[in-house]
Design a protein around this ligand. Structure first.
Ligand code: SAM
Length: 283
C-alpha cells in the first residue's frame, strides 16, 4: 500500500515551477498543502506563489545566508514528528539552491528524506538543446572572479561531456566571450525564460549567441548548454535554423550594417556561403 503523504517526521524536498505555475505536480501540491512546515528561500515570494496556488502554509526562511544556522532547528522539527518540506524560489531545492547541507545532516541523524521531483532548469535546457544528453556535466554558477572563472573553464576544456552552466543575464556576454576565447566556437544553446511566455533558444554556437546578445541585451533567466570537447568537430555540420539566420541578419542591419555587410559578417561566423545568406534577405 502507498503511504499517505506527507508522513510524520519526514523531510521532503519539493520541486516547484521555474516559471509556469502549471508545472507544479499534483503530488507536490498535495505535500505542500498538507505538510506541517515549509522552509523556503524567501517567505514573501514563496508565500505569493503558494497563495496563487491556493495553498496556506506555515513558512520559515531557509536561504544561503542562514542555511547552516537553521539546520538544527529544521532537524528538531522532524525529530518532533512534524513533516517538513523544503522548496526554493524555483526548481529543485539543492540545485544551486539551499538543500544539500540539510539533506546530509538529516541522513546523518537517521531521518527519512524524500524528493517530490519537479522542474529543473538544467535538465529542461539540456533536453531541448539538441546536444548529447547521454553524458553531461553541470557546473552551476561559475565563480564570479574572472581569474577563477577562466581557470575553471580551462579545466573543462578537454571534457567530452555536454556542459551546462547557470548564468545571470548581466554576466552572460562576458561568459560567452570567455567561452569563445577558452573553448572556441563550440555548439551552444542559451535557453532563456524556460516554461515562460517569452521562452527562447539562442544558438547554435558561441559566436552566433554572442552576436545576438551583443545586440539584444540579455534579460530574464538563462541557462547555457555547451557542446563537449568532442562536439567541436560537428560544428560545420550543425543545421542552421533559417529563422535564426534571418533574425541575425536583420539585427546586423538594424545596427548599421548594409545587407551585403550583414551577409559577409554572418558568413564569416557560420561558414555558410555569403550569397546564400544574402538570398535569405530577398525572400
Ligand atoms: N534550483 C533551480 C533549478 O532547479 O533549476 C536553480 C536555481 S539557480 C539559483 C537560478 C538559475 O537557474 C538562474 O540564474 C538560471 O541560470 C537558471 N534558471 C532558473 N529558471 C530558469 C528559466 N526559467 N529559464 C532558464 N534558466 C533558468
Amino acid at each position: 500500500m502507498v503511504r499517505a503523504e506527507p508522513a510524520a517526521g519526514v523531510l521532503y524536498l519539493v520541486g516547484t515551477p521555474i516559471g509556469n505555475l502549471g508545472d507544479l505536480s499534483p503530488r507536490s501540491r498535495q505535500v505542500l498543502q498538507n505538510v506541517d512546515r515549509i522552509a523556503c528561500e524567501d517567505t514573501r515570494r514563496s508565500g505569493q506563489m503558494l497563495a496563487q496556488l491556493g495553498i496556506k502554509a506555515r513558512l520559515l526562511s531557509f536561504h544561503q545566508r542562514n542555511e547552516t544556522s537553521r539546520i538544527p532547528q529544521l532537524l528538531e522539527i522532524i525529530t518532533n514528528g512534524e513533516s517538513l518540506a523544503v522548496i526554493s524560489d524555483a526548481g529543485l531545492p539543492g540545485i544551486s539552491d539551499p538543500g544539500e547541507e540539510l539533506v546530509a545532516a538529516a541522513l546523518k541523524t537517521g531521518h527519512e528524506v524524500i524528493c517530490i521531483p519537479g522542474p529543473c532548469a538544467l535538465i529542461t535546457a539540456l533536453v531541448i538543446s539538441g546536444l548529447p544528453t547521454r553524458r553531461f556535466c553541470f557546473e552551476g554558477f561559475l565563480p564570479v572572479k574572472q581569474n577563477q572563472r577562466r581557470k575553471r573553464l580551462q579545466e573543462l576544456a578537454n571534457d567530452p561531456r555536454t556542459l551546462i552552466i547557470y548564468e545571470s543575464p548581466h554576466r552572460l556576454v562576458d561568459l560567452l566571450e570567455e567561452l569563445e576565447s577558452i573553448l572556441g566556437n563550440r555548439p551552444l544553446q542559451v535557453a532563456r525564460e524556460l516554461t515562460k511566455h517569452h521562452e527562447q533558444q539562442i544558438g547554435p554556437n558561441v559566436v552566433t549567441a554572442l552576436a545576438h546578445f551583443r545586440i539584444n541585451k540579455p534579460q530574464g533567466e538563462c541557462t547555457v548548454v555547451i557542446g563537449g570537447a568532442s562536439e567541436s568537430k560537428y560544428l560545420g555540420l550543425y543545421p542552421w535554423n533559417q529563422v535564426v539566420l534571418i533574425e541575425t541578419l536583420k539585427e546586423l542591419i538594424e545596427t548599421g550594417s548594409s545587407p551585403s555587410e550583414a551577409a559577409r559578417i554572418l558568413s564569416k561566423n557560420t561558414g555558410m556561403p555569403r550569397r546564400q545568406l544574402y538570398a535569405l534577405l530577398c525572400n
